[in-house]
Design a protein around this ligand. Structure first.
Ligand SMILES: C[S@@+](CC[C@H](N)C(=O)[O-])C[C@H]1O[C@@H](n2cnc3c(N)ncnc32)[C@H](O)[C@@H]1O
Length: 225
C-alpha cells in the first residue's frame, strides 16, 4: 500500500491537477457526491461556518481561491451583496467555465479568472476576505500560496480555510496509505500540506476548529493592520 501511495504522490503536479479537475468539472454530480463523502455529509454547514468566519459586509471584495465550479458563490454573493465583488480563481479551464456559468445566477459582481494561485492576478491589499475551501491541500507549495494570499489582503482583511487531512489516530490511521494514494491520484491531494501552521505563521489572531476526529478543519485569521 505504501508503494501505491508513493506512486500516486510522484504523479502530482500542475498538469495532473488540471487534468483531474477538468474531469471533475464535466461530472458535477460525482464531484458533489465526492465532496459530501469527504465532509461526511456536513458540506453546507462547514461552508457556512467558513464564510461566516470572514465577517464580510455588503460592498466587500472577496477572493475565492481554487473556486472550482463556484460551490461557494451563492453564500459569498449573499454576504457581499449586489455592490460587492467575488473574485474566483482556478487553474482548471473546465472549472472556470462551470464557475462562470454559476456566477451568472447571482445578483453580485462575480469575476472568474483562470490562473495559478502561485501567481495571483489580484493587486496587493485589494481584498477584504480570502476564502479557500478544499483547495489549498490540492496545491503544491503552501508557503508560497499563503504568502500570496496575505499580499492581496488589505490590512485587517480575513482568511478562512476549510480543508481535510488524513486520519490522526488508530485504527482509522491504518487506512491512510490507501486514502492518501487514491486522493492524490484523483484530486492531486497533498495530505501533509502545512496549511494550519502556515496560516498561523502568516496571519494574526488565528483560530481553528476541527471536526470528524480532526480530519476536517476550519482555520481563520486576519492580516495585521
Ligand atoms: C477540490 S477542488 C475545491 C473546489 C471548491 N473550492 C469547493 O469547495 O468545492 C480544488 C480546486 O482547486 C483548483 N486548483 C488546484 N491547484 C490550483 C492552483 N495551483 N491554482 C489555482 N487553482 C488550483 C482545482 O482546479 C480545483 O478546482
Amino acid at each position: 500500500m505504501d508503494a501505491f501511495r508513493q506512486w500516486a504522490f510522484d504523479r502530482r503536479d500542475p498538469t495532473h491537477s488540471q487534468r483531474v479537475y477538468d474531469w471533475w468539472s464535466r461530472h458535477d454530480r460525482v464531484y458533489a457526491a465526492f465532496v459530501t463523502a469527504f465532509l461526511l455529509g456536513r458540506t453546507g454547514e462547514l461552508r457556512d461556518r467558513t464564510i461566516a468566519a470572514l465577517s464580510l459586509a455588503p460592498g466587500d471584495t472577496v477572493l475565492d481561491v481554487g473556486c472550482g465550479p463556484g460551490s461557494n458563490f451563492e453564500r459569498l454573493a449573499d454576504a457581499v451583496g449586489p455592490t460587492g465583488t467575488v473574485v474566483g480563481v482556478d487553474a482548471s479551464p473546465g472549472m472556470v467555465e462551470r464557475a462562470r456559468a454559476r456566477g451568472e445566477q447571482f445578483d453580485c459582481n462575480i469575476d472568474v479568472v483562470r490562473a495559478d494561485t502561485e501567481r495571483l492576478p489580484v493587486a496587493n491589499e485589494r481584498v477584504d476576505g480570502v476564502c479557500a475551501t478544499l483547495s489549498l491541500s490540492a496545491m503544491g507549495d503552501t508557503e508560497t500560496v499563503v504568502a500570496g494570499l496575505s499580499d492581496v489582503s488589505r490590512p485587517g482583511g480575513r482568511i478562512a480555510v476549510l480543508d481535510v487531512r488524513s486520519f490522526q489516530t488508530a485504527p482509522l490511521r491504518w487506512l491512510n496509505p490507501l486514502i492518501e494514494g487514491v486522493s492524490a491520484a484523483v484530486t492531486n491531494w497533498y495530505p501533509d500540506a502545512p496549511i494550519m501552521q502556515t496560516v498561523d505563521e502568516t496571519f494574526a489572531a488565528v483560530s481553528s476548529e476541527t471536526f470528524h476526529g480532526g480530519t476536517v478543519y476550519v482555520v481563520t485569521g486576519s492580516k495585521l493592520d
